[in-house]
Ligand binder design. Structure first.
Ligand code: NAD
Length: 473
């Protein structure tokens, strides 16, 4: 089922699986069960656009039911096809296992280019797609929980929730049927930026190891690292923005649909975003030069390359020209299995998609928990903590006879808001998962790359779930 558009995406994912499988010690039959997609729902539905009827092709794939609900984004793109959605759903299962999020993997896809439709038409398509999912029992807080992906965002998630509650009035946990919703529609603070922020936390951890950086000829730390980004959408923009603001990284190249720009002294991502909003393009950004072709971004000399658009971008025909030392796979599947072999021989460090872009599903998990508990994180303890810290500062003042300044007092006595807890939970998740993967790569003889190590970690966790569940009596 390989497809010319994405260079055999599913085949690439499964080749990586096969490379890791022998290291897991799991039974062959169990590995086969983990590998296959459990349910594939392919649909066609009509939508009236103006005076015309369009038949829309769409999918929802649940890769693994070993944990429920299943979870994964919904993609709107003209390139959507069954193999792509299956590959993306497959990656979701491993991703959730790597970051200890207790879901099975799933993914949805609607074969449309959102650019070709007005918001009202997109709403019509989204609501109809949701209705199809409800009809076949492919959505629900305990069944399958979609989220945003390429071409969708909070707006589409709000339409999904509204459609779901229209049909399932009175279901008390209905808000947990989808994540990535607007904050005022049962969403959670920090979800929009979550994938990009997760990429940043992962990178910060990865570049903190002196030995690993020495092997790449780099100094440890994010400060001053040069970065090139492909795709200034949700993931690419937030990765760039946070790496620049909080990590001190220097973004020297950015590519979008319309072209690519370069500035060796750095590009201000926030200003670039505004420039694109007002002019409709990233091109002609003050201080930067336009590049001939958008794909040149992949070949720029830099410390960190962040492909954050689509799969199959670095293939056997351009891998040799990649000059980055680290590839942070913010997108799903940007490096094909063939390209990876070439890059590993060149000594490039690839931080794999199923780990590095797991920040989105991690915060989606927090959002789902919030929906099930019907309460904002921090509501119960914030003031209690604030009062306790305040009493402590008072005591220190009395004991020392000195007064703490207002700025310090405010800082020391702060109780955690929802956004603080979300960020802290996300950082903890990304750092712990990286340490587990790095440790496997370091300790297991024959494991030479982070992707194989990440697979081993995921497969062992899923295998153990299956065994304790007694799926194979
Ligand atoms: P998005 O639609 O917000 O942004 C993608 C951007 O890439 C768009 O602006 C598009 O114009 C641009 N683009 C497309 N082709 C390009 C090309 N050839 N060169 C340069 N730019 C190009 O999508 P997103 O949500 O940021 O998703 C991007 C990738 O990250 C996808 O692979 C997705 O599966 C993955 N991902 C997303 C999330 C999430 O939470 N949104 C989570 C995990 C992984």
């Amino acid at each position: 089922m390989s497809n010319a558009n994405n260079g055999g995406f599913l085949e690439s994912v499964n080749r990586n699986f096969d490379k890791a499988a022998p290291f897991t010690g799991l039974h062959r039959g169990l590995l086969e069960q983990i590998k296959v997609c459990n349910s594939v729902y392919q649909m066609r539905f009509p939508v009236k656009i103006g005076s015309e009827y369009r038949v829309i092709e769409a999918y929802r794939v649940q890769h693994s039911h070993h944990r429920l609900p299943t979870k994964g984004g919904i993609r709107y793109s003209q390139k959507v096809n069954q193999e792509e959605v299956m590959a993306l759903a497959t990656l979701m299962t491993y991703k959730c296992a790597i970051v200890d999020v207790p879901f099975g993997g799933a993914k949805g896809g609607v074969r449309i280019s959102p650019r070709d439709y007005t918001p009202a038409q997109l709403q019509k398509i989204t609501r109809r797609y949701t209705t199809e999912l409800i009809r076949k029992n492919f959505i629900g807080p305990g069944i399958d929980v979609p989220a945003p992906d390429y071409g969708t965002g909070a707006r589409e998630m709000a339409w999904i929730l509204d459609t779901y509650t229209t049909f399932k009035g009175g279901e008390i946990d209905a808000a947990g049927c989808v994540t990535g919703k607007p904050v005022n529609q049962s969403g959670i603070r920090g979800r929009t930026e979550a994938t990009g922020r997760g990429v940043f936390y992962a990178l910060k951890e990865a570049v903190s190891y002196k030995d690993d950086m020495k092997a790449l000829g780099l100094e440890p730390g994010m400060e001053g690292k040069t970065m090139a980004i492909q795709g200034l959408g949700n993931v690419g923009y937030h990765t760039g923005l946070i790496s620049q603001k909080e990590g001190g990284a220097k973004i020297i190249c950015v590519a979008e649909y319309e072209g690519a720009i370069y500035n060796k002294d750095g590009i201000d991502i926030e200003k670039l975003f505004k420039h694109r909003k007002s002019t409709g393009s990233i091109l002609d950004f003050p201080g930067a030069k336009n590049m001939k072709q958008r794909k040149e971004v992949l070949e720029v000399e830099c410390d960190i390359l962040v492909p954050a658009a689509l799969e199959g971008q670095i293939r056997s025909d351009n891998a040799d020209r990649v000059r980055a030392k680290i590839i942070a796979e913010a997108a799903n599947g940007p490096v094909t299995a063939d390209a990876e072999e070439i890059l590993l021989k060149k000594g490039v460090m690839i931080i794999p998609d199923m780990y590095i872009n797991a920040g989105g599903v991690t915060v989606s998990y927090f959002e789902w928990l919030k929906n099930l508990s019907h309460m904002r994180f921090g509501r119960m303890e914030k003031r209690f903590d604030q009062n306790t810290y305040s009493n402590l500062v008072d005591l220190i003042e009395r004991m020392t006879g000195k007064t703490v300044g207002l700025k310090e007092r405010t800082f020391l006595t702060r109780g955690a808001e929802e956004i603080d807890l979300v960020r802290s939970g996300l950082e903890e998740t990304m750092v712990t998962a990286y340490q587990q993967i790095r440790e496997i790569k370091k300790r297991r003889k024959g494991v030479e790359d982070l992707r194989t190590a990440a697979f081993i970690n995921a497969l062992k966790k899923i295998g153990s779930d299956y065994e304790t569940l007694g799926i194979f009596p």
